[in-house]
Design a protein around this ligand. Structure first.
Ligand code: HSE
Length: 432
């Protein structure tokens, strides 16, 4: 049987999982690939004691793998931007195919990496970079290739979803849940990437690029994390029939493309609202197929290894056949489609406003909305405790342009009866 030699860089959570699953399922993987996929060279800063590395070459410098003439595919699982970028470019220069789980690398340097890969006639595969074990990249570039994608919306950070779920179910403190996610290997090396939405923005950049055939434009993603979500907001959202989810949303409109990551109220009737814990899910609306949903584990040792190995099998099937998948599943990137600024995005809104409990306060708020041509869909006012002079108003606002909402919020914030910064969370009907 043909052999394909793999160099594995990084033996952390995903690297160790890839090593294990490749060994455990070696027979079925080889049958499906039509070649025996074997790891011949590994490189890592720290060597784990639980892996039997006796039959492979071990280096401490990852660049040795990129330059090893016996390696045909380099698997990059070291993470980060700088060394990973140099490593991948060196591997491409040496004519090697690359498989990576590194979303930051692809989102930030992907345009350059794919151009170099095209030049060298090698494949760069990155299924594991988005939504862990869910084959959503394959679905978008292959299964849905007949469709014009109208929009996609996804829970694409497992750590964030885990935290929001625990906040809703157990009122657990934020820090404790984050520490749990770190111990389970879900969180990024720098967990602010998870909770500030940067990790989700990396993944959304990749999904939007494939869905709309546009270049990777990470810097244009509007990014807001989950750190300001309070247990109170989660409770009020529930009362109104919604769950708060941290979504990555990409939408094609006549004016351009929206790319945004932010906490979002999702109607409880939608399947995405039921995706809890570390699970991820991506909903894709195609013009021919309609709504589709891809759901599964978005992080973790073996789920991510499952996607890495799927890419290895893809590469093994194509290597040496002369057939090359274009790097992003698109031959011609459409450079002219603009990314809309957040001010032009249309959305519904949830507002939580702390006000002085006095006559006419509700009317003042409603006046500002009327002046800005904004329609209030629902309003809740909780009865204050007898000794309190403050009351919380919760409003649901019908879809308006963000700049219209910004103007109204600025005006509201000037009212003397409004006592604190107003909380604003966007609301998405997701096709309803
Ligand atoms: N930190 C990421 C997450 C890992 O929590 O989803 C998978 O990309």
């Amino acid at each position: 049987m043909n052999l394909i030699n793999v160099g594995l860089c990084g033996l952390g959570t995903v690297g160790g999982g890839t090593f294990d699953v490749l060994q455990r399922n070696a027979d079925i993987i080889s049958q499906r690939a039509g070649k025996q996929i074997r790891i011949t060279h590994v490189a890592a800063r720290d060597l784990p004691s639980d892996l039997d590395l006796s039959s492979v070459k071990v280096s401490s410098d990852v660049m040795e793998v990129a330059r090893d003439p016996n390696v045909q595919v380099l698997v990059e699982l070291i993470g980060g931007y700088q060394v990973a970028y140099e490593l991948v470019m060196e591997a491409i220069r040496h004519g090697k195919h690359v498989v990576t789980a590194n979303k930051a690398l692809i989102a930030v340097h992907g345009n350059e990496i794919f151009a170099a890969a095209k030049e060298q006639g090698v494949i760069v595969a990155f299924e594991a970079s988005v939504a862990g074990g869910i084959p959503v990249i394959k679905a978008l570039r292959e299964g849905l290739t007949a469709n014009e994608v109208q929009w996609l919306a996804g829970i694409i950070n497992g750590t964030g979803n885990f935290i929001l779920t625990e906040m809703r179910d157990n009122q657990s403190p934020f820090e404790a849940v984050l520490a749990q996610a770190q111990a389970l290997g879900y969180a990024e090396a720098d967990p602010t990437f998870d909770v500030e939405g940067i990790d989700a923005a990396h993944k959304l950049t990749i999904l939007a690029s494939i869905a709309f055939s546009i270049p990777l434009q990470f810097k244009k993603v509007y990014t807001e994390g989950i750190t300001k979500i309070t247990a109170e907001d989660v409770r009020y959202a529930q009362e109104l029939g919604y769950e708060i989810k941290h979504l990555g949303i990409a939408r094609r409109t006549v004016e351009g493309v929206e790319m945004r990551v932010h906490p979002t109220l999702v109607p409880k009737s939608k399947l995405l609202a039921d995706v809890d814990g570390v699970l991820n899910a991506v909903m894709v609306q195609g013009d021919a197929v309609g709504p589709t949903l891809y759901n599964g584990p978005g992080a973790g040792r073996e789920p991510t290894a499952s996607a890495v190995i799927a890419d290895l099998v893809d590469v093994a099937r194509q290597a040496g056949t002369g057939y090359r998948l274009p790097p992003l599943g698109v031959e011609q990137l459409n450079e002219r489609i603009t990314v809309l600024p957040m001010s032009e995005v249309v959305s519904g809104y949830y507002l939580r406003i702390l006000v002085d409990d006095r006559v006419g306060v509700m009317a003042s708020v409603a006046d500002v909305m009327r002046e800005n041509n904004i329609n209030i869909e629902a309003i809740i006012q909780k009865e204050p405790n007898p000794d309190q002079k403050q009351v919380t108003l919760v409003l649901l606002i019908q879809e308006v342009k963000e700049k219209q909402m910004d103007a109204a919020l600025e005006q509201l914030q000037q009212l003397p009866e409004i006592l604190d910064a107003i909380t604003r969370i966007r609301v998405e009907g997701l096709g309803s």
